[in-house]
Design a protein around this ligand. Structure first.
Ligand code: A2P
Length: 344
């Protein structure tokens, strides 16, 4: 079957990656509609050597569309997802708008593809930091049980969009030229204050909730429990933005349920885990890094150590490209999986 596909936010950091990955995907596409804001209407993007003109997103954009990827913003998803569904499209949404809705499947194809059966033409793609963590945790939980997770993230600027990336470059140049860097976007364009990301580490991603956790931290906590279907799982997160272009890094502390699990047991499970690549040879200085993970599809895991005080505790370092497995690739894999399962 051939599909008519739309990408909402096609000119953005994630949208461009979806376009690139669709070129390589097995999904047969006979029509591709690239949608963005009015500002981008008339621009062109290449798909399989053909120039496609970007259009402004309107309610008419979804006529005859079978599959629509949304990666503009939660507001844009909320505005257009219903009309897209009413016109018969299956919507795969990269924003956080519907992720925690009970009747919307939140899917990582390696982890919980069975949830796709319950789709109601709307499937949510999890948060970038959640995806790489859960791809790692799921096989460990299956083999040894999982009691507790404490994660600290070191997140790349591309997760905040192309404008944030540009701002980091301008700020870096300013600092190197001895000037004061100007900040307008990070940590969150909708918050009151802005701080430079160049030569900095900012312990705020998204807005704060009243309990002192940020919304990004709450996304990791709630989405992990929903995807893994372990409501009792203890999860805490600290999310930090660092001046890296692409590739989120995570320091994960976890506690398994089973006794006498060894580092080698964990390694063996991860070696066979779909989507995971072990990079763990300290004697040779082999470990995952943002610059080596950028542009790749896998979730890279290394620095696996047993905790010094808790025998059921382990520490891991997990890195993946936030725009690829963290966003665009996972969305495209959801579509491919739905085709495999005859749901699309
Ligand atoms: P545009 O480039 O026209 O502003 P990023 O995550 O890199 O910031 O990209 C956000 C994406 O969402 C861009 O493709 C952007 O298009 C798109 N976008 C922003 N606002 C709207 C809107 N109101 N309607 C449709 N697309 C939008």
């Amino acid at each position: 079957k051939k599909y008519s596909v739309a990408i909402v936010g096609a000119t953005g950091a994630v949208g461009k990656q979806i376009l690139y990955l669709l070129e390589k995907s097995t999904i047969q596409i006979d029509q591709l509609r690239l949608l963005a804001s009015a500002k981008s209407a008339g621009k062109t993007e290449k798909f399989k050597n053909k120039e496609i003109v970007v259009e402004e997103t309107t309610e008419d954009s979804f006529k005859d569309i079978d599959l629509a990827f949304f990666s503009a913003s939660g507001t844009v998803t909320k505005k257009y997802q219903q009309v897209a569904r009413d016109l018969g499209a299956i919507v795969i949404d990269n924003t956080s708008a519907f992720r925690m809705d009970a009747d919307v499947p939140l899917v990582i194809p390696e982890v919980n593809p069975e949830q796709l059966h319950a789709h109601n033409q709307l499937i949510a793609n999890p948060n970038c930091s959640t995806i790489q963590m859960v791809v790692t945790l799921k096989p460990i939980a299956e083999a040894f049980g999982l009691q507790r997770v404490i994660v600290s993230t070191y997140q790349a600027v591309s997760g905040a969009g192309l404008d944030a990336l540009k701002e980091m470059e301008t700020q870096t140049q300013a600092v190197l030229n001895g000037k004061k860097p100007q900040a307008h976007i990070l940590p969150s364009s909708s918050d009151k204050k802005h701080y430079p990301i160049a030569f900095n580490a900012i312990p705020q991603i998204d807005l704060f909730s009243e309990d002192g956790y940020t919304l990004e931290e709450w996304k990791m906590i709630n989405e992990t429990k929903k995807i893994m279907k372990i409501e009792a799982l203890q999860v805490a997160a600290t999310c930090v933005r660092i001046p890296v272009k692409s590739g989120h890094s995570e320091s994960i502390y976890l506690e398994v349920n089973k006794d006498n699990v060894t580092v080698n047991d964990i390694k063996k499970v991860l070696e066979n885990a779909p989507g995971v690549l072990l990079e763990d040879k300290p004697s040779n200085q082999i470990y995952p890094m943002a610059i080596t993970a950028a542009g790749k599809k896998e979730v890279f895991v290394g620095r696996i150590r047993r905790d010094l005080d808790n025998k059921k505790g382990f520490h891991l370092w997990v890195v993946s490209d936030n725009l690829i497995k963290g966003a665009a690739l996972n969305a495209v894999q959801i579509a491919e999986k739905m085709i495999d399962m005859s749901l699309l």
